[in-house]
Ligand binder design. Structure first.
Ligand code: SAM
Length: 376
């Protein structure tokens, strides 16, 4: 398992896998019973490596389709070592049309350092296979600011992805979460987040390289070429998360399922929603939450801002005036768009605020299946 990965993860356990599938199917049914056959405009399967259990994945998609009206695209995350002719045929048959590969780096040394289970040699054939399989959009995830990595090396990874013809590149600086296993992983043990100046220089170099090569920024971390649909995850205005540790955001409420796989199975099979932590979202919080994700998307559609918040958006407007004065965003008739400088500062905000919050919620939820409360 990826030692740097901060998400909810457990080692594969055959005895848990079967009941876990049943529990997910039961959770889908519960939502169906509560909400009816609602329209589902997109399905995202990730993070992590859902293609580990590719046949079970097919059953989950089938049951979602049986219970809801799926009207939009299906997105899947995977890893280069899970790519072969058979898995690609299956993913396409299930209806996935946008795919993301967790490549992380093309450099053998860094792959070893971060504990990937493949060598650089498999990356070219794997990416080429995915590219010619027939997906609408192929994204690759890369990481930068790896321990000891130079700007030249980071750019060299981006260059290789571009040369291979991928449609989208998402590239994250290495975050080190105090609670994640990174601290216990010998090779990364003493690794700290790179300092702001280094991250700023690397981010700028990556941004400029992508732009010169015909890519444009489509999220804080993502660059895409052409007009193909963008590979994206929780940037939706509302969503329902299925599975242990999944988050859901519905009007007025944000909640997490229990992170414990066994507790999730117990609750779901007993026909209870496995919700462990729940937070009411006030109108003003909803407004900022929406704003954060639109900025993450790199632009705010002005019309949608007015539709959703009407005259309540005065506070936002004041904030935007300040952001414009600081060169963090610009605006035209229809959009308020994040600048390259704005994207970097949003990234910093993510570090110091969001990561802090993730750290509190995740570290508690990973220890206690049903936490009493968490203060953020
Ligand atoms: C949910 S993960 C996807 C994993 C991918 N599907 C796989 O199986 O390899 C999304 C991406 O976040 C990035 N990531 C994960 N942990 C990170 C960390 N601690 N710092 C920076 N980026 C991280 C990686 O690029 C990863 O591919």
């Amino acid at each position: 398992m990826c030692p740097y990965c901060p998400y909810n993860k457990v080692e594969y356990d055959k005895t848990l896998a079967k009941p876990y599938l049943k529990a997910i199917l039961a959770e889908i049914k519960q939502y169906h019973n509560r909400l009816g056959r609602i329209e589902v405009p997109s399905i995202y399967v990730g993070g992590g490596t859902p293609t580990n259990l590719i046949d079970e994945l097919g059953i989950i998609i089938e049951i979602i389709r049986d219970n809801f009206t799926v009207s939009g695209d299906l997105y899947i995350e995977t890893t280069p070592s899970d790519i072969n002719d058979e898995s690609l045929v299956k993913l396409l048959r299930y209806g996935f049309s946008l795919i993301s590969l967790g490549v992380q780096s093309f450099n053998e040394g860094y792959l070893k350092l971060i504990g990937r289970d493949y060598t650089a040699g498999i990356l070219y054939p794997a990416i080429s296979k995915v590219m010619s399989a027939g997906f609408k959009t192929v994204n690759v995830d890369l990481m930068f600011a790896l321990p000891g990595q130079t700007i030249k090396e980071a750019i060299s990874d981006i260059k290789r992805a571009i040369e291979l013809g991928v449609d989208q590149i998402t590239t994250y600086p290495l975050f080190t979460f105090p609670y994640s296993t990174v601290g216990k992983y010998l090779k990364l043990k003493s690794v700290k987040m790179p300092d702001i100046v280094t991250r700023r220089r690397m981010y700028k170099a990556i941004h400029d390289y992508c732009v010169v090569n015909g890519f444009r920024r489509v999220s804080v971390w993502g660059f895409k070429r052409g007009d193909l649909p963008r590979y994206s995850s929780v940037t939706r205005e509302s969503y329902i998360g299925l599975g242990a540790g999944a988050a859901s955001y519905l009007p007025g409420v944000f909640y997490f399922n229990t992170f414990s796989v066994s507790e999730y199975i117990k609750a779901s099979l007993a026909q209870r929603l496995p919700v462990a932590l729940k937070m009411e979202v006030s109108e003003s919080m909803a407004m900022y939450y929406w704003l954060y994700w639109r900025f993450y998307d790199t632009y705010i559609p002005k019309r949608r801002l007015r539709e959703l918040f009407g005259s309540r958006d005065k506070k936002i407007r004041r904030l935007l005036v300040l952001a414009k004065a600081l060169g963090l965003c610009v605006q035209d008739e229809e959009h308020i768009s994040l600048t390259e400088r704005g994207a970097f500062w949003l990234h910093l905000m993510q570090n110091y605020f969001i990561l802090n919050y993730i750290n509190k919620v995740w570290s508690l939820a990973m220890k206690e299946p049903w936490p009493e409360r968490v203060e953020i």
